[in-house]
Design a protein around this ligand. Structure first.
Ligand SMILES: Nc1ncnc2c1ncn2[C@@H]1O[C@H](COP(=O)(O)OP(=O)(O)O)[C@@H](O)[C@H]1O
Ligand SMILES: [Mg+2]
Length: 232
């Protein structure tokens, strides 16, 4: 795994509450802050007690296999508060607040591929929390999958739950886009097939509760097979 410069307590300039920062949405954990670093970067720092592992693992998994659709996440120690996970803040809008969401996907294959990657990532990690505040359209026309703290919560998700974000974007009903997107999904399934061990090895490298992270991707191959049968 490529190690990045780790954020140190000394790098932190200020923490503000999300309300003060004007950030809405989500059922915030009691300890969620906007964290500004001295280098000017902004992060969302959360302390939940057990979701840090999921946030970190899903970030690394997305870097490796899912088009990097999860913004950078690091474990960060905040003096007096303790350990939490920090996700780099992205410039964009939650999908649920985008007018004409459907229109953004037309002619934008990068965004279509991002959506497909997000659906498959959530299915394979068992994350049933991809509601419209938990994915963003970024200003560079790409998607960001934020808030992955619920990964592992539902290891037997129904396929209709998996396709919910596509439904929100009006894509399930759009016959002009769907064939190409299904093709993209098959290509991704092909790429991921046989890589369950790689995913589990990545989980083993996570510093906290790696056993739970490994369990999260235990059903990798059968799930890919099920998905392939569904879209073929
Ligand atoms: N990486 C990010 N970039 C921009 N905004 C974010 C990011 N992460 C979180 N937010 C904002 O903060 C809110 C709460 O964060 P989230 O991780 O969804 O926690 P929760 O839903 O558990 O409160 C989100 O709904 C979103 O508006
Ligand atoms: Mg949320």
């Amino acid at each position: 795994m490529v190690e990045r410069a780790q954020i140190q307590p000394d790098d932190i300039k200020r923490l503000s509450s999300l309300d003060d920062a004007g950030i809405r949405g989500g059922i915030h954990s009691r300890r969620t802050y906007l964290m500004a670093l001295k280098d000017g970067s902004l992060w969302i720092w959360k302390q939940t007690g057990d979701e840090e592992r999921d946030e970190i693992f899903v970030y690394h998994l997305a870097q490796k296999m899912f088009r990097g659709i999860v913004p950078e996440v690091q474990p960060v120690y905040v003096p007096k508060l303790g350990w939490g996970s920090a996700m780099r803040k992205v410039a964009g809008i939650p999908a649920g607040r985008v007018d004409g969401l459907h229109g953004y996907f037309h002619g934008n294959e990068e965004m279509q591929a991002d959506l497909i990657a997000m659906l498959v990532l959530d299915y394979l990690t068992g994350n049933p929390d991809r509601h419209s505040n938990n994915w963003f359209l970024m200003h560079n026309d790409r998607l960001a999958a934020i808030d992955n703290g619920w990964a592992g919560e539902d290891l037997a998700m129904t396929l209709s739950a998996v396709f919910e974000p596509a439904d929100l974007a009006g894509l399930v009903r759009d016959e002009s886009l769907w064939p190409k997107m299904l093709k993209m999904m098959l290509a991704l399934i092909n790429d991921l097939t046989g890589r369950g061990d790689e995913a589990r090895a990545l989980a083993e490298e996570i510093d906290i509760n790696q056993k739970d992270a490994v369990a999260m991707v235990r059903l990798w191959e059968p799930k890919l097979q099920r998905l392939a049968r569904f879209v073929q």
